[in-house]
Design a protein around this ligand. Structure first.
Ligand SMILES: Nc1nc2c(ncn2[C@@H]2O[C@H](COP(=O)(O)OP(=O)(O)O)[C@@H](O)[C@H]2O)c(=O)[nH]1
Ligand SMILES: [Mg+2]
Length: 323
């Protein structure tokens, strides 16, 4: 039987980092395949991940939890046929809930060993009121508090209380019996997504939770805090300073920016990873395409109009990755 883990957690909390830094180490004796569905991704995570893992399939667009279950399921079948993996890791979009993906995997006869919710210890307060973030906690059974390097011990303890409180409140329940679906859950701490192997072991008996969610109600993504994206090309003569200015000028409701940019003053193309005010840059060889950025956040339309004017972006309204 094929086993699987689902990685959930809000935008930019460190899911890909965990896949890159931990997973391969713990499962070096197993054949692993990875499926990534970063919200509105432009194929960037998979570029990073394929440096570490050879079997990466990207489901590139939209939110697998609501629209794409067919595409997701056929993607899983594709990766099984191609690589015959023993374990599949699914990194879900930061804007989706894990439970429908859990059901899809179960439909395909794949055993789900754990649903890992990565939490950003530093930025949890900025996103904890988002309804998707709450359901991500409620729908998981392994909670990993990541980015612990960015908070004090006291902050970490109070964060843990907040997280557990929300977890308890949003813990998904069997509609028929009213009982919690996960008989127990664990909380772990991590830095750069590094967690011990025990976090992946024997958290609950999956058999207990088959058939539970026939009436599962997917919550409404069109609510006011639903998450949207905008993908843009950049003009060619941008400098590194321009990018810096751009990132520093972003409003708080734009949580996440990713992309690959070519500047006039840094020789190599740079992979940009921005979340909640912090940006990291990584040189990316072999990127031949145009500079592209994706902005993700809540109600970002007006802000994007302003940014578009200021930085002369070229909007790509219906972005699709060419595969
Ligand atoms: N300081 C710090 N930064 C982290 C940690 N984990 C991830 N990051 C950074 O957070 C950003 C988002 O991480 P990523 O794994 O892409 O998030 P994802 O959207 O959940 O997949 C990247 O710039 C990472 O380098 C951590 O433990 N500490
Ligand atoms: Mg990611």
């Amino acid at each position: 039987m094929i086993h699987s883990f689902i990685l959930t957690g809000f935008l930019g909390v460190g899911k890909t980092t965990m896949l890159t830094n931990t997973v391969k180490q713990h499962f070096s004796d197993k054949k692993i395949a990875i499926i990534v569905n970063e919200f509105g991704d432009v194929g960037i995570d998979s570029k990073i991940l394929t440096n570490v893992h050879s079997e990466v399939l990207e489901i590139s667009e939209g939110c697998i939890c609501c629209k794409l279950s067919e595409e997701f399921e056929s993607g899983v079948i594709e990766i099984i046929n191609k690589y015959n993996p023993e374990i599949i890791f699914v990194e879900t979009s930061g804007a989706s809930e894990p439970f429908p993906i859990f059901l899809s995997l179960q439909n395909l006869g794949i055993s789900v060993e754990g649903i890992i919710c990565v939490v950003d210890a530093k930025n949890f307060d900025s996103y904890k009121d988002n309804s998707t973030a709450k359901y991500q906690l409620g729908g998981s059974n392994i909670l990993v508090l990541n980015k612990t390097d960015l908070v004090t011990e006291n902050e970490l303890q109070s964060l843990k209380q907040d997280v557990v409180e929300i977890k308890e409140q949003y813990n998904i329940k069997n509609n028929l019996t009213g009982k919690a679906i996960f008989n127990h859950y664990i909380v772990r701490e991590a830095e750069q997504g590094i967690v011990g192997k025990e976090a992946f072991e024997g958290v609950y008996e999956i058999d207990e939770i088959t058939d539970i969610a026939k009436d599962y109600k997917h919550h409404d993504h069109t609510s006011k805090d639903s998450i949207t994206q905008q993908v843009v090309y950049l003009k060619e003569d941008i400098t590194f300073d321009n990018i810096d200015t751009l990132l520093k000028s972003l409003p708080q409701n734009i949580y996440r920016v990713k992309g690959v940019i070519k500047t006039t003053d840094v020789p190599e193309p740079l992979f940009i990873n921005y979340s909640f005010g912090d940006a990291s840059f990584e040189a990316l060889a072999n990127y031949e395409e145009r500079s592209i950025l994706i902005f993700i956040g809540e109600s970002i339309e007006k802000d994007m109009t302003k940014l578009n004017k200021k930085f002369s972006f070229i909007n790509i309204p219906q972005f699709r990755l060419n595969r």
